[in-house]
Design a protein around this ligand. Structure first.
Ligand SMILES: Nc1nc2c(ncn2[C@@H]2O[C@H](COP(=O)(O)OP(=O)(O)O)[C@@H](O)[C@H]2O)c(=O)[nH]1
Ligand SMILES: [Mg+2]
Length: 309
């Protein structure tokens, strides 16, 4: 079994060597791949010197999700059987990797996620803690999977799961991969993990509002992409219910002999038309979704062949 540990990194010269050292401590057999995403510091050189087996560099900063995608593809090309993703900032404990990959080795899971138990972390600021919680709850609603920590980057994937996942976002892959994995009926397990305090500022989150905006948009797009029927039918509820209530109100007055309230009748009609149109859109989107499924299956077969052993 070839285990690859990949590390997406952006300006992490101060911590990447420690992460690599810890991975080697966990096992000398793990292959280490660093994706330096156009760092402006010496991440690339430091990673090489620390003994990473493969260090690839994007000329330009393409964003974490694209670096993650490239990392997965490189590991697949290098014939990985299991791919572990760990961050470059030494927040996760690499000594936990053997425990993380065990369910995949035992063929009990396709993906293993970790739970940092953010609410119990004294070193995580209040805003980030609750931002994490909200994002996890939204991902839970969208995916229908009881995820406990949707933002944890410490994860393990079987080769087959890595072949099946397609990343579209530029910014963050964490929620998108969960929503997709559920859609693809992959077996997901979760386990608690250690999460240390960060040295230096977050490279991903400059401020919580911009994170909420970007991650929120990614989640909504994944929702509409993977669950078009559920997403659009949910949206259609609002105009439909308002339209029905207004219509009933008009009917009540009408039956009581009051011939007024024409404005609410017009508004009710508009709301009902909007609601029904969204339902029609939902079915069109669902049909397009069926096409996406066929395309993704073809892509999976193609990748499997291309990256085959
Ligand atoms: N490849 C790549 N990695 C990034 C980028 N931004 C952040 N990272 C890495 O993603 C991981 C998580 O980022 P981090 O700043 O720790 O986010 P936080 O822990 O959620 O605050 C770290 O390993 C970062 O080096 C980026 O633009 N590209
Ligand atoms: Mg971090």
């Amino acid at each position: 079994m070839k285990v690859f540990v990949m590390i997406p990194a952006y300006n992490e010269e101060f911590t990447i060597a420690r992460v690599i050292k810890e991975i080697k401590q966990a096992s000398r057999d793990y292959r280490i791949l660093v994706v330096d995403d156009g760092s402006k510091d010496n991440t690339f050189e430091v990673a090489k010197k620390a003994g990473a087996h493969y260090v690839i560099k994007n000329k330009k900063n393409l964003g974490l999700a694209q670096a993650f995608k490239r990392g997965l593809e490189e590991c697949l090309k290098l014939k990985a059987d299991i791919i572990v993703n760990i961050d470059a900032d030494f927040q996760y404990n690499a000594l936990e990797i053997p425990r993380l990959i065990q369910p995949i080795l035992d063929e009990k899971a396709d993906i293993v996620l970790t739970d940092r138990k953010v609410l119990n972390l004294s070193h995580m600021p209040f805003g980030k803690k609750y931002g994490n919680l909200i994002s996890t709850l939204v991902t839970r609603f969208v995916s229908g999977f009881p995820v406990r920590d949707a933002q944890s980057g410490f994860r393990a994937f079987s080769r087959d799961a890595a072949l099946k996942l397609n990343i579209f976002s530029d910014y963050t892959y964490v929620q998108e991969t969960i929503i997709q994995a559920v859609d693809k009926k992959l077996k997901i397990l979760q386990m608690p993990c250690e999460f240390r305090a960060r040295h230096g500022k977050s490279r991903l989150i400059s401020n919580l509002f911009s994170y909420a905006k970007k991650a929120g948009l990614t989640i909504i797009r994944s929702f509409v992409r993977y669950k078009p029927l559920k997403a659009l039918l949910t949206i259609s509820f609002l105009p439909l219910i308002l339209g029905i209530l207004l219509g009933l109100r008009f009917l009540y007055f009408f039956l009581m002999g009051d011939k007024g309230h024409v404005q609410s009748l017009i508004l009710a009609a508009i709301l009902l038309i909007i609601g029904f149109q969204i339902i029609v859109l939902a079915f069109i989107a669902d049909t397009i979704g069926a096409n996406r499924k066929v395309n993704e299956e073809l892509l999976y077969l193609q990748k499997k062949k291309e990256f085959s052993k």
